[in-house]
Design a protein around this ligand. Structure first.
Ligand code: NAP
Ligand code: G4F
Length: 367
């Protein structure tokens, strides 16, 4: 379905334009089928890496972006700057709170694969805005599943499930471990996870849940703990910050590298059968350990700079997450290569470069 030209070309985004595609453009000129993917959360950490991965594989990628007063598309701007990716990347305004909008988008895009990565994704924030988090992170998934069902499409669906769903259940956690959510965010993710399973069982839809353990990168939001630490390391090294205030240093996480994790998402949707998969490294480090690794990489002693304050603690904490990714290795052939110490080094190096650019106006490569 083509939209009126005024609607198709209404708004520029970071020098590019919102483009609406006709279903007649589903095939490349040479007749080779072009796979279309729809990504919610394309402006986020995972969405941007997934868009890169899929464009690199020749997909036509459609991303849903929220309207905001200021542009926040810095993770995907570079994809618009390269001609070979720009022509296959299309952004559409939408919101997981708007079911009608999602249905219209699914009908007009007719995607082969849908990756639902959008969420209010911050656990601590979910205690402040539980109703909103439930609406977007939980109900948002069923709105999208319903949009797919209403469109009568056989698109494959990926749901971004989370290791937070295990909450208080002791490690190691795998696909059979029971959920014990410890935050409004985690409870919303459990709801979305079960909806995805239910639509598979009830309607025969190809739905997969990726139960991803924490994964980080230079594109991680600045208020998640790893990035908060690596950014502080860079600023302390540069002499523009002296201390870092954190909450619970004892919490343990299984931290992997985001670009590797989006590859697992894609592999799930290429398999013959839908299923649920844990994606993790199988290692665990405390927040204190991560501080030690990150500061040491910059030649600093973490204990000289890190302080704690209860204001960064949560009403209920998830103490220990260690994923068992053996099903993903066995069925999908997916294995991580970047472990937490190397991840900390990648993030510190990137933040040192960014702080240097901020302070001295130098421009360098993209993270
Ligand atoms: P992120 O960087 O916080 O990105 C979240 C994305 O969702 C952003 O693009 C955001 O758009 C979008 N979004 C938020 N509310 C929306 C709404 N109402 N409608 C449409 N889009 C909305 O998250 P991430 O780290 O990439 O994680 C991707 C997904 O995996 C999330 O669902 C997260 O909960 C889940 N997950 C993440 C991890 C992890 O360790 N990173 C682990 C397990 C599961 P704006 O840019 O406009 O804010
Ligand atoms: O970096 P975090 O905020 O990530 P958290 O809560 O584990 O959630 C992330 O991973 C989930 C997967 O398990 C995702 F589903 C979710 O969307 C998100 O991406 O906190 C990690 C740990 C927590 O135990 C927290 O209490 O670090 C602890 N922490 C200690 N001080 C802190 C701080 N966390 C933050 N954000 N800020 C602090 O100052």
């Amino acid at each position: 379905m083509l939209r009126p030209a005024s609607a198709r070309e209404a708004v520029g985004i970071g020098g590019a334009r919102l483009r609406w595609r006709a279903t007649t453009q589903a095939y490349r000129p040479e007749g080779r089928p072009l796979r279309r993917a729809l990504i919610t959360g394309i402006t986020g950490q995972d969405g941007s890496y997934l868009a890169e991965l899929l464009l690199g594989k020749g997909y036509e990628v459609h991303g849903i972006v929220r309207r905001s007063s200021s542009f926040n598309r810095h993770h995907i701007d570079h994809l618009h700057e390269r001609a070979e990716t720009a022509e296959r990347l299309h952004l559409h305004y939408g919101d997981l709170g708007d079911g009608v909008g999602l249905t219209n988008l699914v009908r007009s895009i007719t995607p082969h694969e849908v990756y639902n990565l959008a969420a209010q994704s911050h656990v601590a924030v979910s205690f402040e805005i539980p109703d909103y988090t439930g609406d977007v992170t939980g109900l948002g998934a069923i709105r999208l599943l319903e949009a797919l069902r209403a469109a009568g499409t056989d698109a494959r669906y990926y749901q971004a499930s989370s290791s937070e769903m295990y909450g208080n259940t002791p490690p190691p956690q795998d696909e059979t471990t029971i959920f014990h959510p410890r935050s409004p965010y985690a409870a919303a993710k459990v709801y979305a996870h079960h909806c995805s399973v239910n639509y598979r069982e009830a309607y025969g839809m190809f739905t997969c849940n990726g139960i991803l353990f924490n994964h980080e990168s230079p594109r991680r939001g600045e208020n998640f703990v790893t990035r908060k630490i690596t950014r502080a390391v860079a600023r302390i090294k540069a002499g523009v910050q002296s201390e870092l205030v954190l909450g619970n240093l004892d919490a343990r996480r299984d931290w992997g590298y985001a670009p590797e994790y989006v590859e697992a998402m894609w592999r799930m949707l290429q398999h013959d059968d839908p299923g649920d998969y844990v994606v993790a490294t199988g290692d665990s480090y405390s927040v204190r350990d991560f501080c030690e690794l990150a500061f040491a990489h910059a030649g600093l002693d973490w204990s000289d700079h890190v302080k704690t304050d209860v204001r960064y603690e949560r009403p209920s904490e998830v103490p220990d997450l260690i994923g068992d990714p053996s099903k993903a290795a066995r069925v999908l052939g997916w294995e991580p290569s970047v472990r937490t110490p190397a991840l900390a080094a990648i993030m510190v190096d990137s933040d040192i470069q960014k702080v240097d650019e901020e302070l001295h106006g130098r421009s360098s490569g993209r993270a």
